[in-house]
Write a protein that binds this ligand. Structure first.
Ligand code: FAD
Ligand code: NAI
Length: 460
């Protein structure tokens, strides 16, 4: 007779594994089903972690080759050992996925190895063995969005998965989609020597971030040598002996042309992965598991979280939902504030955002003040030689409450946490401005932008 559980989580990505651990902390008997050979989902195996390993390594390479002369450090003969760089990426992944295995053992979470299928309320089949459980959380994640006419082989036409594992620096990398993946992986291969062209359907990159940040980001990446074909769509791809030929044309219609590439990275978004979910669980019009308040699906006792439901496809959003749903199942008041989920693009400079963009505030007819401060006027940024970018804060005109924070610049992904906390706590721009910030730090640019909301920046 197979074991029965209080909770079975299907999928061990950041949503699923964190949910399993939190539920175990709350005293439940928990199992987590994972069909991949290792735990950790997209994020740890083929997403956040390996991409950040390569971003770090390629940044070290680029900086050593080009960024030190100004500091009076002369380095000759910098060489790339791509095989070692890729081996390091794999080692970083292994350390992380083994870490989740350790955490499961520590918290007495059972890993059910195989493919989970819900056969009815309270019943999960894992490769032919049926387990009983009081509750089920679906955390099956997402997969890369296909593009008709552009057939992925993960060698010449790759998704992020193949794009992370290239064993040769492509001569010309064409990226389809100027979003998170395209710009991060495009940056990796650009730094390692590829010519990189980004073909983006819309007339701007990272379309869901603040427009001013997006324009500045495009300028800085162009300065790094990336080329952009905005307002352009790809209508087909032909593979030949000497690479791939893409057919492209203006998104609004017009003459078609050809673009040759050694490797094409397809990164036009991701879609919910729900294969095998079963048991009459309802999906929405975009194939995501439909959930109401408290992550409940239409079937009692079955919940869903992370990339397979609506909302931003981000690891920390999945994690926070994992904690919230475990607490809800335990009878507590689990909650996620969707107004305060930061997003970070880990290029150099980094781009980070939390709360509402200026475009969203305008569309809502909101009255707001803007405070901006450039890193070029920040002492620490000058000392680092990293003066590109700025901090932009948006605050309610009447109450001064912070509504949005947008940063492009050095360590933007770290700087955004202070502002996420400010928004979470309902702080005003003045609260941030009056908080003592250590000198000399990049954080002082945040304080100055907060002062600038009231037109009283001190160092500008
Ligand atoms: P996933 O991580 O996708 O995990 C789902 C798991 O469920 C998978 O392991 C899958 O094998 C398993 N599964 C599915 N169906 C079944 C089944 N029937 N039975 C058993 N197992 C099943 N987000 C960030 O916040 N920061 C980043 O820097 C970042 N970088 C990224 C870089 C790349 C290249 C990519 C592709 C994504 C990145 N993301 C990043 C997004 C992040 O990876 C996802 O938001 C996150 O992984 C979602 O977590 P999840 O738990 O919902 O699903
Ligand atoms: P994305 O949604 O970030 O960007 C896709 C881009 O492709 C958009 O700019 C869109 O306008 C464009 N596009 C869509 N269809 C197109 C077409 N036919 N031709 C040309 N352009 C087209 O998606 P991406 O980059 O694939 O990443 C998927 C998700 O993974 C992200 O949205 C994010 O949630 C997550 N992610 C997060 C990261 C982070 O937090 N740093 C890093 C990588 C991924």
């Amino acid at each position: 007779m197979p074991d029965s559980f209080d909770l079975i989580v299907i999928g061990s990505g950041p949503g699923g594994y964190i949910c399993a651990i939190r539920a175990a902390q709350l005293g439940m008997k928990v199992a987590c089903v994972e069909k991949r050979a290792t735990l950790g989902g997209t994020c740890l195996n083929i997403g956040c972690i390996p991409s950040k390993a390569l971003l770090q390594s390629s940044e070290e390479y680029w900086h050593t080759a080009h960024g030190l002369k100004d500091h009076g450090v002369i380095v000759d003969g910098v060489k790339l050992d791509l095989a070692r760089m890729q081996a390091r990426r794999a080692e970083v992944v292994t350390a992380n996925v083994k870490g989740v295995e350790f955490l499961f053992r520590k918290n007495k979470v059972t890993w059910l190895k195989g493919t989970g299928r819900i056969t009815g309320p309270g019943k999960v089949d894992v490769d032919g063995t049926e387990y009983e459980t009081k509750n089920i959380v679906i955390a099956t994640g997402s997969e890369s969005m296909p593009l008709p006419g552009v057939e992925v082989d993960e060698k010449h036409i790759v998704t992020s998965t193949g794009g992370l594992e290239l064993d040769k620096v492509p001569g010309h990398l064409v990226v389809i989609g100027g979003g998170y993946i395209g710009l991060e992986l495009g940056s990796v291969w650009r730094r390692l020597g590829s010519e990189v062209t980004v073909v983006e359907f819309l007339d701007r990159i990272i379309p869901n971030m603040d427009g001013e940040i997006s324009k500045s980001f495009e300028r800085l990446l162009t300065r790094q040598g990336m080329k952009f074909r905005l307002g352009t769509k790809v209508t087909g791809a032909r593979k030949g002996n000497d690479g791939v030929t893409l057919s492209i044309e203006p998104a609004k219609g017009g003459a078609a042309e050809e673009l040759k590439a050694d490797v094409v990275l397809l990164s036009i978004g991701r879609r919910a992965y729900t294969e095998g979910v079963g048991a009459g669980v309802g999906l929405d019009e975009r194939g995501r598991v439909q959930t109401g308040a408290h992550y409940a699906t239409n079937v009692p006792g079955i919940y869903a979280i992370g990339d397979c439901i609506a909302g931003p496809m981000l690891a920390h959003k999945a994690e926070d939902e994992g904690v919230a749903v475990a607490e809800i199942i335990a009878g507590q008041a689990g909650h996620v504030n969707y107004g305060a989920i930061p997003g970070v693009v880990y290029t150099w400079p980094e781009v980070a955002s939390v709360g509402q963009t200026e475009e969203e505030l305008k569309a809502a007819g909101a009255a707001y003040n803007v405070g901006k401060f450039p890193f070029a006027a920040n002492g620490r940024a000058r000392a680092m030689g990293e003066t590109d970018g700025f901090v932009k804060l948006l605050a309610d005109k009447a109450t001064d409450r912070l509504l949005g924070a947008h940063i492009i610049g050095p360590e933007a992904g770290t700087l955004i946490s202070e502002l996420t906390m400010a928004i979470e706590f309902g702080a005003s721009a003045e609260d941030v401005a009056r908080m003592c910030h250590p000198h000399p730090t990049l954080e002082e640019a945040v304080k100055e932008a907060a002062l600038a909301v009231a037109g009283r920046a001190l160092n500008m």
